[in-house]
Design a protein around this ligand. Structure first.
Ligand code: PRP
Length: 215
């Protein structure tokens, strides 16, 4: 028998919804409910082959799938747009809906005026492309955590970040200047794995589509 198909799952904001989707698709995700410090878990299925789930940070999901150590991955479109890579984006899972936005402290005169603008972001490539499309001369400052802090500390004029409820912006006195792209979680598939195990992967995708339809 072939090894179980390995799927990388992003820890964090998508984790719970992704687990619920896998449960609806028939996988026993008990091991993911309280994973402890263990990072690889087998997810049995009553009627299909088990999956091997790898828990990792979202950018690593993209790396593992691009490099073929995981056949499948679930990651946000935000991470996919930032990192790119050789993989198939097979399915919009419609989970974790949010959007990219350019935001700044209320009252900021961001557009117009001379000189460059300092932009804090966890998504430097996305921000660079977007601001260059707007004709803004931008200095991109990479931040790893809450980039909403950067304008408050005087480090940046504005931020490019994902916005879901808008609470973080509101509670820190920031407003959206421009909405960018709508985002959600995607199933990504390694190119070689799809050639070699297409039947199994297509069955898994059908199971996910069924689970999505039953919501
Ligand atoms: C994201 C994002 C914002 C916040 C937006 O961070 O970077 O800070 O969520 O969500 P909201 O519109 O619902 O307030 P996340 O919570 O993923 O944590 P992180 O800062 O650790 O990346």
């Amino acid at each position: 028998m072939d090894n179980p198909i390995r799927i990388a799952l992003a820890k964090g904001r998508l984790e719970k919804q992704c687990r619920a989707l896998l449960v609806r698709a028939g996988y026993d995700c008990a091991a993911l409910e309280s994973p402890g410090r263990r990072l690889i878990h087998t997810l049995p299925h009553a009627k299909a082959a088990p999956l091997e789930a790898v828990l990792s940070k979202a950018p690593d999901v993209v790396t593992y799938v691009s490099r073929g150590v995981c056949a499948l991955g679930v990651a946000g479109k935000d991470t996919i747009m930032e990192q790119g890579g050789p993989f198939y984006e097979m399915l919009d899972l419609k989970l974790g809906a949010c959007r990219f936005a350019l935001a700044a402290p209320e009252g900021t005169a961001f557009f117009g005026g001379a000189g460059h603008k300092r932009i804090a972001t966890k998504y430097p490539d996305v921000a660079r492309r977007f601001l260059s499309g707007l004709g803004v001369d931008a200095e991109i400052i990479r931040i790893e955590g809450s980039c909403e802090l950067a304008p408050l500390l005087g480090l940046a004029d504005a931020i490019v970040d994902i916005v879901e409820t808008g609470d973080t912006l509101r509670e820190n006195g920031l407003v959206i200047l421009k909405e960018m792209f709508p985002l959600s979680a995607r199933l990504i598939v390694n190119v070689a794995a799809y050639k070699l195990r297409r039947g199994e992967i297509d069955c898994f995708i059908e199971a996910l589509k069924g689970a999505m339809a039953s919501c």
